[in-house]
Structures are given as structure tokens and as C-alpha cells.
Design a protein around this ligand. Structure first.
Ligand code: FAD
Length: 265
């Protein structure tokens, strides 16, 4: 690990000002589940680490009109165990409960996960399938346009994710094929049925989360697993690595989408 200065602000405004003052190579710290290993491995060399852990007001969960507003600092375990989430969007609670291991779930945060935009992370599928808005200290960003590529989002330098607003669907389920070591998604499919549309969001398979329009159209006509028969996702742009080849991931998308629809009941 390289040397760095450590700051622990207590408000969002102070955190943003601290980072701004510290300069371009400063970085926010949330649960540290990605950042700390990167520091230890000397993959990152920030001059200042601005810890968001003491910032007040970012760890609440509340119902808000047609959705649930979940604070960016909510740990995965808090989302998984929250009564409101379990009651209103059980698929989201189950997704959080399937992330990593107990240590990761107790430290890792919603804001950190989506800001990091790992292609194999679970939350991006929920953000897109549940028509979420990402709330920052500067603006509201539609979840549809939040993820812009491999480990990339549209967040501007220094912008802080403060919360995510997930819409409550009629039915939803998330099914993933986890990497047996890390539990990251080799492929994960989130299916959400709203009154006016069905969304199918896929994580783990491509550089970034994506929707499958053909599946959404078929499920819009008939919300049954058999409606997906014969719909294949092209492997061309999917990830190939030591864990799985692109054509295997493409096959998994079809299998997991059917399982997710069946799990919606
Ligand atoms: C062993 C292991 C297994 C894992 N398995 C899974 C899994 O199965 N599924 C899964 O989805 N994830 C998994 N993860 C990732 C984990 O879920 C963390 O959520 C993720 O690493 C980042 O969240 P964090 O709060 O730890 O962020 P940090 O590591 O603190 O930060 C990550 C990045 O986000 C930025 N950041 C953090 N918070 C904010 C904010 N509020 N606003 C703006 N920028 C911010 C930081 O500056 C940093 O660049 C795993 C991690 C580990 C170590």
C-alpha cells in the first residue's frame, strides 16, 4: 500500500468539498470491499482517501411514492434484512442476500457497488430492471443511462451517490449463476413485471448491464417461461474469460431468464 492522507467528513457537502480540495487523484471510500484490496495490491495510488463512513443520512431505507429510496451507505446485509425491502421488493432483498459472503455483505454498500460498476456485480441488474433513479449530490440520473461501460458510469469526478430509488414492480425475481469462489455473477438475470412493461436486465455477461428487448416483448404478451422458448442472445459481444466462454454465457442468459420468470410465480 502507498501512503495517503485519510479524511473522515460527516456531511455530503463536506465530503464533496474535501475531495475537490484534495485534487484529481483523491478517492471516496465506502465499504472498502473493492477499494481496500486495490490499495493493498498497489493498483490504486490516491493522495487522499475520503471516507464516507461517518457521513450522516446515507443509510436509511424508506418508501417514497412509487418506490423505495435506499441510502448509498446501506450495506448489502441491511438491504437483505430490511423488512420494507423484503415486503415491497423481495427480489431485491434476495439479490443483496446473495452478494459475496457475510463479510462482504456487512461492509459492502449499495453506492459503492454501483459506483464501481463491476460487470459481474448484482445491483446493476436491479437498477436497470427496477427502473431505478440514482440520486447524487448534484442530480437524479436515470438507471437506464447510469452504467456506461466496463467499470464506468456517468458519474462526474467527485460526484457522490447518495441513494437509489427503486420502483416497486408487480412481480420480480433475480437469478444468478454465481462464480463458486467469489459469488459474483457469471451471469445474473433480473426480471421485473410492471403494469405497463416487463424488463429483463442481464449482468455478468457483457461489459455492462444490458436489457433483452426480444424477451421483454415476448413476456409482455405472455408472462410465462415458455414465452422465452427459441429466443437466443447472440454471444458476439459477451465476455469470454477463464470462468466462462461467451457462448456459454449466452446460453445461461436464456436459462436464467426462464428460471427468473418461473420464480416470479
Ligand atoms: C470476496 C468478494 C466477493 C464479492 N462478491 C460480490 C458479489 O457476489 N456480487 C456483487 O455484486 N459484488 C460482490 N463484491 C463487491 C462488493 O459487493 C462491494 O459492494 C463492492 O466491492 C463495492 O462496494 P464498497 O461499498 O465496498 O465500495 P468501496 O470499495 O469503498 O468503493 C468502490 C468504488 O466506489 C466509489 N464509491 C463508493 N461509494 C461511493 C459513493 N457513494 N458515491 C460515489 N462513489 C463511491 C469509491 O470511490 C471506489 O472507487 C464482492 C467483493 C469481494 C471482496
Amino acid at each position: 500500500m502507498y501512503d495517503f492522507d485519510y479524511k473522515r467528513p460527516t456531511s455530503v457537502a463536506e465530503a464533496a468539498a474535501t475531495l475537490r480540495k484534495a485534487g484529481e487523484d483523491a478517492v471516496y471510500l465506502a465499504g472498502g470491499q473493492t477499494l481496500i484490496p486495490a490499495l493493498k495490491l498497489r493498483l490504486r495510488k490516491p493522495s487522499v482517501v475520503v471516507d464516507l463512513g461517518a457521513v450522516k443520512g446515507l443509510d436509511s431505507i424508506a418508501e417514497n411514492n412509487d418506490g423505495l429510496l435506499i441510502g448509498a451507505l446501506c450495506a448489502h446485509a441491511s438491504v437483505a434484512g430490511d423488512k420494507l425491502v423484503k415486503n415491497r421488493i423481495p427480489a431485491l432483498a434476495a439479490l443483496a442476500d446473495g452478494i459475496g459472503d457475510p463479510q462482504v455483505r456487512n461492509r459492502g454498500t449499495l453506492g459503492g457497488s454501483i459506483a464501481n460498476a463491476d460487470p459481474a456485480a448484482d445491483y446493476p441488474a436491479a437498477v436497470v430492471a427496477l427502473r431505478a433513479d440514482v440520486v447524487t449530490d448534484k442530480r437524479n440520473i436515470s438507471g437506464d443511462g447510469f452504467f456506461s461501460g466496463l467499470f464506468e458510469t456517468v458519474l462526474e469526478p467527485g460526484e457522490i451517490v447518495t441513494a437509489v430509488k427503486f420502483r416497486v414492480p408487480e412481480k420480480a425475481a433475480y437469478v444468478k449463476f454465481p462464480n463458486p469462489a467469489s459469488r459474483f455473477a457469471l451471469v445474473g438475470v433480473f426480471v421485473a413485471k410492471f403494469k405497463d412493461e416487463v424488463r429483463v436486465a442481464v449482468t455478468g455477461a457483457g461489459a455492462s448491464v444490458f436489457r433483452v428487448a426480444e424477451m421483454e416483448k415476448a413476456l409482455g404478451k405472455s408472462f410465462k417461461a415458455v414465452a422465452l422458448d427459441g429466443i437466443a442472445v447472440p454471444a458476439d459481444d459477451l465476455n469470454s474469460d477463464l470462468h466462462a466462454a461467451a457462448d456459454y454465457r449466452a446460453h445461461l442468459v436464456g436459462v436464467l431468464a426462464k428460471r427468473a420468470v418461473a420464480a416470479c410465480g
